[in-house]
Design a protein around this ligand. Structure first.
Ligand code: HEM
Length: 544
């Protein structure tokens, strides 16, 4: 009670709306017991469950963060352990994300250093070094490679969809995950996989294939973190956990071998490097070493592996789920599908493998579709931050406080931060009719012209940050955009998607409701927003 009193006194000084929470959202009790408590809490009156509607990421997402509309853009949750400042204020989010030295990645990120420290998990000067040395991995050469590989994978996925009995597609989410994994394997390691077979055979000296090892780790990231932190427990593991432990070591061995092999190739080819991420990282680091740069501005081999792993983790479900949600939305809204198709026909014509440089910049409606999908189903709905010093200032929109006046407040000591990107994306002041799925809101076309080439894709406004903002903005943004555009264009030019029902013979209305319901029934599963019942989402696929 004493802690609660101190935290409450501190919170009051901000003038923000206060919500008391009996549990700290980061406590073990909530992490373990939360999911079981939610159904019971949902039965209680609204006024008693305000705290829980903020703390529970599923509940807050499904209600489009209505807590913010009730209480204001910035809210303080007062708990016994510490206060949590929840923000959906575009001004505050911009302020926080621009000041990487003041607002730092919390310690919990460190658990993702499974294979080595990396750009996603570190702070300060160490982050600046990682960011500088990993930046060349996301150059235009890699984008061209991502484009080609995405078309190759999407061609096979589309042909597979067209071969399904009665065109009933039940594996949309799994299929987009395979495409995203294979694009990452090709771009990350230069390992090109077949959509169907996916190289299931283990390489010599291995008990698992490269793909299976990576997929097993990515699918079970939270248990993988726990196993990595308790190496002594490995001999005691059984069943799925044992397989996961094997996958962790197998993937490490694959990366070790790739680093050795890449160095050999580079030596043989006179230093020429391929357009994949691992060779770019090795080359950038080895060049720095050869130039006599001291170790403070190079990456160690463990850090190279740490970064490659994090690219796979950060780039897999994010891109795959965005594709899956977008296909579901296109099935629900046929008029949007026609609008997208008009662009594909104009840009691609009859070309089955268009050139990246010529086609990609012209696919503006597809980018608009991606933006709108991310506004609704952004894979990163919230971003946490810690503070590097007590009592930092924070800029707030005047409307986010009762007494309109001050535009800066002081964050009380012992406060962590949770930014809700999703609440910001659903703000009616920023997005008129926010619950209307309308990709054309991102396109401006001059009234005098009917040419699609005259259309302009609007820049990201303040309040649109699915890839974050500021110095730590997602480095894989272009990678994901190029992959999304290539997959959408390749599939849709030959295929039309429509909603289907799980039960054969159901009417069109039921099919529509089921697809809509499966997409809306989403929450943070692991680090990424994803559907709770992906197997309930059925689409009908027809050849154009
Ligand atoms: C639609 C796809 C994607 C979305 C929406 C997305 C979103 C984000 C967001 C919001 C962050 C900031 C997280 C934070 O600050 O806590 C981030 C960081 C990051 N993302 Fe992405 N991402 C996507 C795809 C990718 C891809 C394809 C890659 C790599 C191939 C990637 C690699 C990274 C890395 C390495 C970071 C950490 C950067 C740093 O802290 O400096 N992401 N991403």
């Amino acid at each position: 009670l004493y802690n609660l009193y101190i935290n409450y006194s501190n919170a009051r000084k901000t003038g923000l709306k206060i919500v008391f929470s009996p549990l700290d959202p980061h406590s073990l009790l909530w992490q373990i017991g939360g999911p079981a408590m939610i159904p019971l809490l949902k039965k209680l009156p609204r006024s008693m469950t305000r705290w829980c509607r903020l703390v529970d990421m599923g509940w807050s997402w499904q209600s489009d963060d209505d807590g913010y509309r009730e209480l204001g853009l910035n809210i303080i949750l007062v708990c016994t352990r510490r206060n949590v400042l929840f923000s959906s204020d575009p001004e505050s989010i911009l302020w926080i994300l621009q000041k990487r030295k003041d607002f730092i990645k919390p310690e919990v990120y460190e658990s993702l250093n499974i294979y080595g420290r990396n750009v996603d998990t570190v702070n300060g000067e160490e982050w600046a070094r990682h960011r500088k040395l990993t930046a060349p991995c996301f150059n235009e050469r890699v984008s061209g490679f991502v484009w080609d590989e995405s078309i190759r994978q999407a061609n096979t996925m589309r042909d597979h969809w067209l071969s399904l009995p009665a065109g009933r597609l039940s594996n949309l989410v799994e299929d987009t995950r395979i495409v995203a994994l294979h694009v990452l394997s090709a771009a990350g390691f230069g390992v090109s996989l077949d959509f169907h077979k996916g190289a299931r055979e283990p390489a010599q000296g291995h008990s698992m294939s490269h793909r299976d090892a990576l997929m097993t780790v990515l699918d079970n990231i939270i248990p993988a973190v726990i196993i990595s932190e308790m190496p002594w427990a490995k001999p005691l593991l059984l069943g799925t956990m044992k397989r996961l432990s094997v996958a962790l070591s197998e993937f490490r061995q694959y990366m070790d071998e790739m680093v050795v092999q890449e160095r050999r190739n580079m030596a043989k080819e006179g230093g020429g490097s391929k357009a994949n991420l691992i060779s770019t990282l090795i080359r950038t680091s080895d060049d720095a070493k050869a130039e006599g740069v001291n170790s403070a501005v190079r990456l160690t081999d463990d850090e190279i592996k740490g970064n490659i792993f994090i690219f796979n983790l950060a780039g897999h479900d994010t891109t795959a789920n965005t594709l899956a949600y977008a296909f579901a939305m296109l099935a629900l809204y046929p008029e949007i599908q026609d609008w997208i198709m008009e662009e594909i026909t104009t840009v691609l014509g009859s070309e089955s493998h268009p050139e990246y440089e010529k086609a990609y910049p012209r696919l503006k409606r597809i980018q608009a579709l991606m933006y709108e999908t991310l506004r609704f189903y952004g894979p990163v709905p919230t971003i946490p931050r810690g503070v590097s010093a007590p009592s930092l200032p924070l800029r707030i929109s005047s409307s986010s406080q009762d007494n309109n006046d001050p535009s800066t407040l002081i964050i009380p000591p012992n406060t962590s931060i949770q930014m809700s990107l999703h609440a910001c994306h659903m703000n009616p002041t920023l997005y008129p009719s926010p619950k209307l799925f309308n990709p054309s809101r991102w396109i401006e076309s001059p009234s005098s012209s009917s040419s699609l080439d005259e259309e302009v894709l609007l820049p990201h406004p303040l309040g649109f940050q699915p890839w974050s903002l500021g110095p730590r903005i997602c480095p894989g943004m272009k990678f994901a955009q190029v992959e999304f555009a290539a997959v959408m264009a390749t599939v849709l030019r030959k295929v039309r998607v429509a909603p289907a029902s799980k039960s054969e013979g159901a009417g069109a209305r039921q099919a529509w409701e089921e697809v809509y319901g499966a997409a809306r029934d989403s929450k943070l599963n692991g680090p990424t927003l994803s559907m709770n019942r992906p197997a309930d989402l059925y689409l009908r696929v027809e050849e154009r």
